[in-house]
Design a protein around this ligand. Sequence first.
Ligand SMILES: [Fe+2]
Length: 305
Amino acid sequence: MPRNPRGFLGTWGLVLLVIAVLVLALLFLGSARQRGGVSATISQRVWGNVTVVPTGVSVPYARLYVLVDNNPWDSLQASWGLSIFVETPWGNVLFDTGPDPGTLAYNAKRLGINPCNVSAVVISHEHMDHVGGLPYIARHCPDVPVYVPSGISSSVLSWIKSLGLHNIRVVNTTTIVVPGIYVLPPLWGPPAEESLAINTSRGLVLLVGCSHPGVARIVKHAEQLLHERILLLMGGFHLAWAPRNEVEKIAKELVGLGVEYIAPIHCSGSLMHSILASKYPSHYIGAHVGTVVVIGDGCSIICVR
Ligand SMILES: [Fe+2]
């Protein structure tokens, strides 16, 4: 039977039409993704309680405000504890909350910071000098996600819930809280403690609460997870009661691990300040309550004020 040329052309025409539609659809999706750029990534990742492998996303700049610290400055309240406000163009994070709501509120107001203007509150570990300001968050912004380390004791977790915070997220692996900002999986001290990594355009910033698992161990953990050396290490190193030889050993180890700038505060101890200042002055940042560290944003690398 002779083949019907119109039918033959019709079948192949249909196949070609389907292929053309698929190619056009792929081209359109590709260009849309390119146009979306960073904002597309943000909309997919922000509020991520999902645990994901970090990407190459970095924040153009970050400002770190030491809201609570026991190293005094000016007329700010110096209470034993730690809280650092992280400001970036893609979202802010409050890292720890200090020992009480009053110190957090007072210093934040003096520094022109709203502790509720955040995408996340990250709690390094369960000790009261880090969680004690949570009633402020519960009172003023109870919907903000609060990230706590897996391994936190049930009694402290119950207390946090009893404050009225209803968006508590338990971290057990690397977790994006804002594009370019990661909570790292906790290490056991005791207690369980998690750290915050900020991938800036100038390099990696690592914030530590009290370093109960060991500050050098936390740095190694971060460098292994994120495949990058640390530009700035800031926070409590838990060496306030350590003998000189141990503090010297750890300072040397941190420099040897490639940490470019080191800002010990809170429980790091005065020995760590003096050893860094005398032996490794190019690495040392002397910080205290009220210190603002800027990474990028007009600074070639880091500015301190
Ligand atoms: Fe502490």
